[in-house]
Structure formats: structure tokens, C-alpha cells
Design a protein around this ligand. Structure first.
Ligand code: CAA
Length: 269
């Protein structure tokens, strides 16, 4: 997700610093974006000019201090409240007071992420969808203490990046993932009952006119991420976790979907 967000910002001419705790991961992310842009150019989605401008704007860094002074920081770390809280406590110290802090959380409360912050008015939820260059929607979520200025800046920025913002409530799953949660849980239940992943996907594609079925969508987003989302949604709605057994088994086997080469489907590298 982080790479996709960086790509759309750089495509309109922004300088984007890519940072990851794992050494070398930011350089690899830039390489993945370069490969994806080449494919997109071949398909006619982007021009050579946009590809070059995007790549020129992407700067992998190995130390967060190199990005001091940026206008916006977009966080896309894993979906765990304590991890996100720690990241923003550090970011508050490492950035200028006027820098907006965005979390790309899929479903964790913005109010909760901001709770240990000294300046929670700087934090806003800005939720992108996979694959980011292709999906037009961005949910904008205010926490209890997010300032109106932070919200308005986020909306204007994502519009400038070619996206359409909607304001979503700071409730578990916001709008889209709350609806998606119901679909995915029922798809997983059908799979446990013996219906094949291909039958489920074909049924949803042709019967509901969705561009892809729920099983391939889970593979696209990442089964580990989906598992985190289902758990977090259940906790937020105060009901038992309902992931079945197929999903946790695949995740335990390291089969995360498209990004690892295997999930419900198998992918060629
Ligand atoms: N600029 C750059 N790259 C572009 C581009 C553009 N304007 N337009 C498309 N591309 C790229 C895509 O990023 C993708 O790149 P890779 O080759 O690296 O995969 C590639 O072109 C695929 O795009 P296509 O349009 O050719 O593919 P397609 O027509 O088969 O459609 C799809 C694929 C867009 C994924 C479509 O099946 C779809 O819309 N599926 C549903 C997706 C969905 O529901 N997403 C939401 C997921 S939920 C979520 O993300 C929330 C969460 O918190 C978990």
C-alpha cells in the first residue's frame, strides 16, 4: 500500500521519501513501482512522461531524519494499534509542527491511534484502496481531536492526486471495510463448507458484476492483512473473531496471496 500511495503522489510531481525499518526495503519498493509503471505504460495507462516524473520523485531513504521538513507523512505500517501509536509518537518529534500526519489504517480508530500523541489535531485517517493507482476512492476519517484544517488539507491533497475523498465515521471498518467484512466472512464460510474458491469468485463476478471475486480480492490485498482486518473488525464490533480455519492455516504456512506467490490461488512470479 505504501508503494502505491507513494506512486500516486509522485505522479503529480511531489517528492516522496520512502522509508521502511527493514534496511533495503525502500529501495525494493521503488523497484517494484518501476516495474509496475513499465507494465502500466505498455497497457497505455500512463505516458513515458508520467513514468519518468514519478520515478524522479521517489527517493528511498535509510534514516527518517532525511525527510525532516516534509508537508505530509503517510504511515502504512502493519495493522496493530500499539505499533501505529509508537510510530506517531516518534513522528511528532521528528517532524515540523505544521506537518500533517496521515494514517492509512484500514480499520483502527483514529481517536485511539492519536490518544498518546501530544498534538492529536495533526493526525487524520486517509484510507486508500488496493491497487492504489487504479482505485479512485479515499476515505477521510477524523478522530475526536483532528483539526478541521488537517481534514481539509488531506481532502485537497488527495483530490490533487486524482482521487475522490469521502468523509467516513471513525467506527470499525469505516464505510468500505465494514461492508467488505460481511462479504469476506461469508465467502470464507462457503469455502469451509466445501465450495471452491473459483466457484465463489465466478459467482460473485458474474452474479453481482463485481470486477473480482472475494477470494481473489483477499489474495490481492494479502491474506495476513485480511486476517488482521477481520480480527480488528470483530474486536471493534465486540463480537467473536470469525475467520474460519482456511485463512489462518494459509497465513501460518506463509501463503499470503499474490505478494508471496500463493494464497487461495497460485501465482507465477
Ligand atoms: N497508473 C499506474 N498504474 C496503473 C494505472 C495508472 N493510472 N492504472 C492501472 N495501473 C496498474 C495497476 O496498478 C496494476 O499494476 P500491476 O501490473 O503492478 O499489477 C495494473 O495496472 C492492473 O491494472 P489493470 O487495470 O490492467 O487490471 P484489471 O483491469 O485486471 O483490473 C483490478 C484489476 C483493478 C484489481 C480490478 O479487478 C478491480 O477493481 N478489483 C477490485 C479491487 C478492490 O475491490 N479493491 C479494494 C480492496 S479492499 C482495500 O484495499 C481496503 C483495505 O483496507 C484492505
Amino acid at each position: 500500500m505504501g508503494g502505491g500511495i507513494a506512486q500516486v503522489a509522485a505522479a503529480v510531481g511531489a517528492t516522496v521519501f520512502l522509508y521502511d525499518l527493514v534496511p533495503g526495503a525502500a529501495v525494493k519498493a521503488r523497484q517494484r513501482i518501476e516495474d509496475s509503471l513499465r507494465r502500466a505504460e505498455t497497457k497505455g495507462y500512463v505516458t513515458a512522461t508520467v513514468r519518468e516524473r514519478t520515478l524522479k520523485g521517489l527517493r528511498p531513504i535509510e534514516c527518517m531524519d532525511e525527510a525532516r521538513g516534509v508537508a505530509v507523512v503517510v504511515e502504512a505500517v502493519r495493522e496493530e494499534l500499539s505499533v501505529k501509536q509508537a510510530v506517531f509518537q516518534e513522528l511528532e518529534k521528528k517532524t515540523q509542527p505544521e506537518t500533517s500526519l496521515w494514517t492509512n489504517t484500514s480499520m483502527i480508530s483514529i481517536t485511539e491511534i492519536a490518544r498518546p500523541m501530544r498534538h492529536p489535531e495533526r493526525l487524520v485517517g486517509v484510507h486508500f484502496f488496493n491497487p492504489v493507482p487504479r482505485m479512485e476512492l479515499v476515505e477521510i476519517i477524523a478522530g475526536e481531536r483532528t483539526s478541521e484544517a488537517t481534514l481539509v488539507t488531506a481532502e485537497a491533497s488527495v483530490r490533487h492526486w486524482g482521487k475522490t475523498p469521502v468523509r467516513a465515521p471513525d467506527r470499525p471498518g469505516f464505510i468500505v471495510n465494514r461492508l467488505l467484512d460481511a462479504l469476506l466472512r461469508e465467502a470464507l464460510a462457503l469455502h469451509e463448507e466445501g465450495v471452491s474458491h473459483m466457484e465463489i469468485d465466478t459467482a460473485v463476478r458474474l452474479g453481482l458484476n463485481f470486477p473480482m471475486g472475494p477470494m481473489e480480492l483477499m489474495d490481492l490485498v494479502g491474506l495476513d492483512t485480511i486476517q488482521d482486518c477481520l480480527k480488528s473488525q470483530a474486536a471493534g464490533m465486540k463480537r467473536p473473531v470469525d475467520c474460519g480455519t482456511d485463512l489462518p492455516r494459509l497465513v501460518a504456512e506463509g501463503k499470503f496471496g499474490k505478494k508471496s506467490g500463493e494464497g487461495f490461488y497460485t501465482y507465477e512470479t
